[in-house]
Design a protein. Structure first.
Length: 212
């Protein structure tokens, strides 16, 4: 009798789990910001992140005399050897645990939005507002990075910046994304949490994943 009861309970477990997940997704979609508004706001966020780093110092994002190069395609799944896209994505999902423990203000809802938003990549447009010249490098040009052809194509560059898609809270006052700066022998990868304060986006906290 006890065994039959246990079997009935276990049989309903997958259905209950699926219902819970579906409910969470529906609530999330209802509360997430407008995709059009978020798409426009991401350029303000990324521009506000890049601009203070244009000092020309080691490990900074560029200089005000050089060219800022940004990967045109957003990327969240780091390329891994002998790995498919699903494994790459889940590997990066696991790394967000570090971001959650490091960035105390990062909410679970914003983290979930980050996961959902980055299920697919998008092509960025030249809508950045930077005080220096910049160019977007397409996928073929990104394959040239590390070779002389890249420097001929983008003279006076300070490496290249890559970004995931930016996740926002429903009020568009908090933003969260992953970025890497590749600069030859140096570089860095990190999660970035930003807040909108007095109408301007500022970096509130970061969680590094690697540095060289």
């Amino acid at each position: 009798m006890h065994r039959k009861r246990l079997f009935r309970e276990l049989r309903w477990l997958p259905i209950a789990s699926a219902f819970t997940v579906l409910t969470a997704v529906v609530v999330h979609l209802a509360l997430r910001p407008s995709p059009r508004a978020a798409d426009a706001e991401q350029y303000a966020v990324l521009s506000a992140y890049i601009e203070p780093g244009l000092t020309g110092d080691s490990h900074d994002l560029g200089s005000r005399e050089g060219l800022v190069v940004i990967a045109a395609n957003t990327t969240f799944s780091a390329p891994l050897i002998n790995s498919n896209r699903f494994k790459q994505y889940t590997s990066r999902i696991v790394s967000t645990r570090h971001a959650k423990t490091t960035i105390h203000e990062l909410s679970r809802s914003l983290l979930f939005e980050f996961w959902v938003t980055n299920l697919r990549d998008v092509t960025l447009k030249p809508r950045f507002q930077l005080p220096v010249p910049y160019e977007l490098a397409n996928q073929n040009e990104m394959k040239l990075y590390g070779y002389e052809e890249f420097h001929r194509r983008f003279p006076n560059n300070y490496g290249v910046l890559t970004f995931s898609r930016v996740a926002f809270n429903s009020e568009l006052t908090e933003a969260f994304f992953y970025t890497e700066h590749l600069c030859g022998l140096c570089g860095e990868g990190k999660f970035v949490y930003m807040r909108k304060m007095a109408g301007k986006w500022v970096v509130a906290d970061t969680a590094g994943t690697w540095i060289s």
